[in-house]
Write a protein that binds this ligand. Structure first.
Ligand SMILES: O=c1ccn([C@H]2C[C@H](O)[C@@H](COP(=O)(O)OP(=O)(O)OP(=O)(O)O)O2)c(=O)[nH]1
Length: 395
């Protein structure tokens, strides 16, 4: 199986997926589909088998005014084969005999409107179109839709920026780079002067050849010939001088062109250097950015570590406090018991081993109260962990 042509809503017809790798089908033939839009429509025709274009027919009567243009409908719809478009071109007969040309002329493959021909009348006489007149021809041309790729600049070529008759040397003057207007003007003036001198010379020569029959005497004839000869000689001298000047101007021009090209080369090099510098700058910026990101990561890491240390320190504080409280409680109880015993012993010692009736009756052993009576006058700092309590970073 070869290539398939499948219907595509936006583009009319397009190539389908090939089912074989043997290349395009030999059966497929390109077809221009056309449809009449009215009974004035005429099938496009070819006068000869080898003709490139299909003649298009006017569907209406219309005048193309002198030095003006007119849009003539053909009353047909066309659809070109896949990968092509239709171009409307002038008919050489109309162009030659009536100065009727064609403008616009690109018919997109997806256009389904009335195929119209934009005729331009370059003559000074109105041109009347009648229905059925062959007014232009339609050529089917292949098209590509390549991808557009942007570059900073394109490589130089031998032609470079020269155009618009740049190769017409010796006709209207050699091509001039921009900015050489003054030399061009000088060159032009000299050319014109040389031209007029040449013409004068030719006239004089002609005058010499058509020696008037009235000049009868050989004396007069010889006098005239010698004066004309002197004039010719002078003109030739002037001419030679002019040529010399022209050569000089040309030489200056060439020198300036060389200087201009040198400057262009230097400019290009500077631009390349600038680009390279810009590249380096971008690299440095990238590195700085990466470093910043690294630093931020480390800062986050350290922040988290500081937070964990804070928490651990708080837990330690709490434990410390709990241990202290327990220890103090136990100590307090022991101290309380010891103090009570000591007081009893004092009482016993004072009574000589007997209990005095006064003491027995009125004295009560003072009981020290916890924790107020056992407060440490110089307690140890217990908030050492707070040294981690700096402002925390939050991310
Ligand atoms: O001589 C012509 C030129 C164009 N057309 C139709 C077919 C073409 O597909 C459509 C648009 O033409 P083009 O693309 O040249 O014109 P535009 O000015 O770019 O218009 P658009 O924005 O519609 O594409 O007009 C003609 O019938 N005859």
């Amino acid at each position: 199986m070869g290539a398939r042509v499948v219907r595509n809503q936006s583009q009319g017809y397009s190539w389908g997926r090939r089912e074989s790798t043997r290349g395009p089908s030999t059966n497929w033939k390109p077809v221009i589909r056309w449809a009449p839009l009215s009974d004035k429509a005429h099938i496009p025709t070819r006068a000869y088998d080898g003709a490139a274009g299909y003649d298009l027919y006017a569907a209406q009567e219309q005048v193309v005014p002198a030095q003006n243009r007119a849009l003539i409908n053909t009353d047909i719809q066309v659809s070109s084969p896949p990968g092509s478009y239709l171009r409307i071109a002038p008919r050489s007969g109309l162009a030659l005999r009536h100065a009727i040309d064609v403008a616009a002329g690109v018919v997109d493959p997806d256009y389904r409107g009335n195929l119209a021909v934009l005729l331009v009348n370059q003559s000074n006489t109105d041109y009347k179109i009648c229905p059925g007149d062959r007014i232009a021809q339609m050529i089917c041309e292949r098209i590509w839709h390549p991808k557009l790729t942007k570059y900073k600049e394109l490589p130089d070529t031998q032609r470079g920026v020269k155009g618009f008759g740049s190769s017409d040397k010796g006709q209207d003057g050699e091509s001039q780079p921009p900015g050489k207007g003054k030399q061009t003007e000088q060159d032009q003036t000299l050319r014109e002067e040389i031209k007029s001198l040449r013409e004068e010379l030719e006239k004089l020569k002609a005058g010499q050849n058509q020696a008037s029959p009235q000049i009868i005497t050989p004396e007069t004839a010889s006098n005239q010939a010698s004066s004309t000869g002197a004039e010719v000689e002078k003109l030739q001298k002037d001419l030679a001088q002019m040529y010399g000047q022209v050569q000089q101007v040309r030489k200056q021009l060439q020198e300036e062109q060389t200087r201009g090209q040198d400057m262009l080369v230097r400019l290009k090099k500077t631009e390349e250097l600038k680009d390279r510098l810009a590249g380096k700058e971008t690299e440095a910026q990238l590195l700085a950015k990466q470093n910043e990101a690294g630093i931020e990561r480390w800062e986050r890491h350290f922040g988290k570590m500081a937070d964990s240390l804070d928490e651990a320190s708080e837990d330690m504080d709490k434990l410390h406090q709990q241990v202290n409280a327990l220890r103090e409680k136990e100590l307090g109880e022991v101290r309380q018991a010891v103090s009570a015993l000591a007081q009893r012993m004092d009482v016993l010692e004072e009574s000589g081993g007997e209990t005095s009736p006064g003491v027995q009756a009125g004295y009560e052993t003072p009981v020290l109260q916890w924790p107020d009576d056992f407060m440490d006058p110089d307690p140890l700092p217990t908030n050492q962990g707070k040294k981690f309590n700096k402002t925390r970073r939050r991310y």
